[in-house]
Write a protein that binds this ligand. Structure first.
Ligand SMILES: Cc1ncc(COP(=O)(O)O)c(C=O)c1O
Length: 394
């Protein structure tokens, strides 16, 4: 083998403004490069305990069962569903984008009788629609919603649906993969029983962990199962034995990822949650103003647009891929393309965590102002950045 052909890693410098991963803070990368120690070493157990404390504060929850699942956001989704769904259970799932669809797929694989509550991609699920489903479907076990639908940019309101779900004695499961640490997530106040996320979005940590939190009602449902959880690896009643006082070996924890996770959480709490949400909101508002000033249309329902992920419609005649390639190759900026029915129709722009900065926002709008006219799209040069700066500077 010609080993010289395999050079040292040299990833290109990128401004990550897609749907994730976002840019990672140097402190997180530094933490990740600390020496690996045993996953049962007393030194590591302290790291675990501190990570759980910091994570509870981020989820705004007192839930004992709060820890990162090994795996990406989809592992969080599988863990959240596979532990609480048994064959024949009735599960209501909000379906207004790709990740709602993925939840349906996972629930069906567990043998659930899925009742989808659908809305157009880009719109939110109305509480009345969930109420109608709950009323017509007796003994619903679980209601599942995506807080921040990354495929459309829609920001799903949760509080009222949490209340309705509890009234009907069902469990409320929320996907907070894209929202956690960028938008407020109040697990306890909003009556959320099970909530999961991913590390690579607003937590600004590399991909690889899925923080999860599970409340008492859901724990009781887990204990009352008649059948074994079909996934051994994601069986939370086994995994929790490692993340609690007994520290029983289940699988080897990804030690260095947990170092990184703890550091990302420290950065989040150093900034302060409310300040962090306000930063994401301000930059999201400025981006929306800038894009609209360029004559571009935002895809998600007005009044329910996420600040952390914006789907913007691709104008007639403008070539999706060529624009993304120009942004990447000429400006080092990554944005995302559309998924499913929105493929080729929208771009998805993330302003998440460490990537949500004034400089990145202005850089992106400037780059779009340079690239879009090449496709015959008429815009007023400088209008986007001016509108964004007007929002930023009040
Ligand atoms: C809302 C939502 N849920 C779940 C996932 C799946 O996460 P992952 O790709 O990390 O497995 C994603 C990823 O983009 C997401 O945006």
């Amino acid at each position: 083998m010609d080993i010289d052909a395999y050079r040292d890693l040299d990833p290109p410098a990128r401004v990550l403004l897609g749907p994730g991963p976002s840019n990672v803070h140097p402190r997180v990368l530094r933490a990740m490069s600390m020496p690996s120690i045993g996953h049962l070493d007393p030194g590591f157990l302290k790291v675990m305990d501190e990570s759980m404390d910091l994570l509870r504060a981020l989820f705004k929850s007192a839930n004992t069962m709060t820890f990162p699942v090994s795996g990406t956001g989809s592992a969080g989704m599988e863990a959240a569903i596979v532990n609480f769904v048994e064959p024949g259970d009735r599960v209501i799932v909000g379906c207004n984008g790709l990740f709602g669809e993925r939840m349906i797929d996972v629930a069906q694989r567990c043998g659930a009788e899925v009742v989808p509550v659908s809305a157009e991609w880009g719109r939110v699920i109305e509480p009345e629609a969930v109420q109608t489903a709950l009323r017509s479907q007796a003994r619903t076990k679980l209601v599942c919603l995506v807080h921040a639908e990354t495929s459309t940019g829609a920001w799903q309101p949760l509080e009222e649906i949490g209340r309705l779900t509890r009234e009907h004695e069902a469990l409320f499961l929320v996907d907070a993969v894209t929202s956690l640490a960028g938008c407020d997530v109040q697990v306890d106040n909003w009556g959320i029983d099970i909530c999961y996320s991913g590390t690579q979005k607003c937590l600004s940590c590399p991909p690889g962990l899925a923080p999860i939190t599970v409340g008492e009602r859901a724990m009781r449902a887990l204990e009352a199962r008649k059948t074994k959880v079909q996934s051994w690896y994601l069986d939370l009643s086994l995994v929790r034995q490692y993340w609690s006082a007994g520290r029983f070996y289940h699988h080897t924890a990804p030690v260095n990822m947990i170092y990184a996770f703890r550091e990302a959480l420290r950065l989040i709490h150093e900034e302060g949650l409310e300040k962090r949400f306000a930063r994401h909101q301000l930059h999201g508002d400025a981006l929306h103003a800038g894009l609209e000033a360029l004559g571009l249309a935002l895809h998600a329902q007005d009044g329910h647009r996420l600040p952390v992920l914006t789907a913007v419609r691709i104008p007639e005649g403008v070539e999706d891929l060529k624009v993304r390639q120009a942004l990447l190759n000429e400006f080092g900026i990554e944005i995302g393309g559309g998924l499913g029915p929105l493929r080729g129709k929208v771009w998805r722009i993330g302003l998440m965590g460490h990537s949500s900065t004034r400089a990145n926002l202005v850089q992106l709008l400037t780059a779009l102002e340079a690239v879009l006219p090449r496709f015959g799209f008429k815009l007023e040069r400088g209008a986007g950045t001016a509108a964004a700066l007007a929002v930023l500077d009040g």
